[in-house]
Design a protein around this ligand. Structure first.
Ligand code: IPE
Length: 281
């Protein structure tokens, strides 16, 4: 499924290193209620927290992912892109989703560069193929080479070609899941606007401290998808995708936590214990 790559020498060879996949959720970096509305201050702060974490933990290797929030989701909803792409109008929609996802990524890349993070984008639209809505092929080599060169590769939710449906949408979690078996991350961090996963969303009174992959089912009736337009299924489908990965990958855990609290992303990257929802085997 994933192209082979050689193991070229590591930039920080000899230093104890840890590979972390960090997602900045679309709700954290955009206002999901308003089309194409980025949260500029949050984006800058998060970029600075990432820069500081890299300075304070030189062994940290980071694959950064970010959601599409009110950029890609609204275009994808308008054109029904997640259900497949067939007609000429559907393809115009596919390009519109691509453009919206790209526009938000540009803002993220600029903020990372301004904060001094040597980040390079690895666009899923160019390195991933879906089949029936699932990742069929992804090239891990650009990500691995970027990591080995001391860079921060950046992936994001994107419009992606699909062998049977023409086109579709890949969420950041789908990209993380496809890359994990070749890159073997030590930890996955999912930073959103919420402090974790609630069992009574949108009431938000009962935060789940952990969800065990082995327990199989999560309560669909109480774990709502999303309050806003979300073509990739909201929190429910993101958690399901991560639990399926955790079941397959030995020793892998994920933490869903709030990136809206200043300092949390920095602390999480440094491996501090944070409040949130742990997704474990
Ligand atoms: C969604 O990606 C991609 C598009 C709609 C183009 P994600 O599922 O990773 O994004 P968020 O976190 O829900 O915004």
């Amino acid at each position: 499924m994933v192209g082979a790559y050689d193991n070229s020498p590591c930039y920080n060879a000899g230093m104890p290193s840890e590979l972390v996949f960090l997602k900045l959720g679309g709700s954290l970096i955009t206002d999901k209620a308003r089309a194409r509305t980025q949260r500029t201050e949050a984006i800058q702060r998060l970029a600075e927290e990432i820069a500081k974490a890299r300075r304070d933990a030189p062994g940290l290797q980071l694959l950064l992912g970010h959601g599409s929030g009110s950029f890609g989701h609204m275009e994808a909803e308008k054109f029904g892109t997640a259900g497949g792409v067939k007609t000429a109008e559907d393809w115009i929609g596919f390009a519109a989703v691509w453009g919206a996802a790209d526009a938000l990524n540009r803002l993220m890349m600029d903020a990372l560069a301004a904060a001094g993070v040597p980040a390079v984008r690895v666009a899923p639209s160019s390195n991933t193929i879906l089949d029936n809505g699932q990742v069929a092929e992804i090239s891990g080599e650009p990500v691995r080479r970027a990591l080995n060169s001391g860079l921060v590769p950046v992936v994001y939710g994107d419009a992606v070609f699909d062998r049977t449906r023409g086109g579709g949408i890949a969420s950041t979690e789908m990209i993380f899941s496809a890359l994990a078996p070749v890159l073997h991350p030590d930890r996955i961090l999912l930073a959103g606007i919420e402090p974790g996963v609630f069992s009574d969303y949108p009431v938000r009174a009962a935060l789940l401290p952990r969800i065990r992959a082995a327990e199989g089912k999560i309560p669909h009736s109480v774990l709502e998808g999303s309050e806003h337009t979300d073509v990739t299924g909201g929190m429910l489908s993101k958690v399901m995708t991560m639990l399926a990965l955790i079941r397959r990958e030995e020793g892998l855990e994920a933490l869903v936590f709030s990136g809206a609290v200043a300092g949390n992303v920095y602390r999480a990257l440094l491996g501090e214990e944070l409040a949130g929802t742990r997704l474990e085997k």
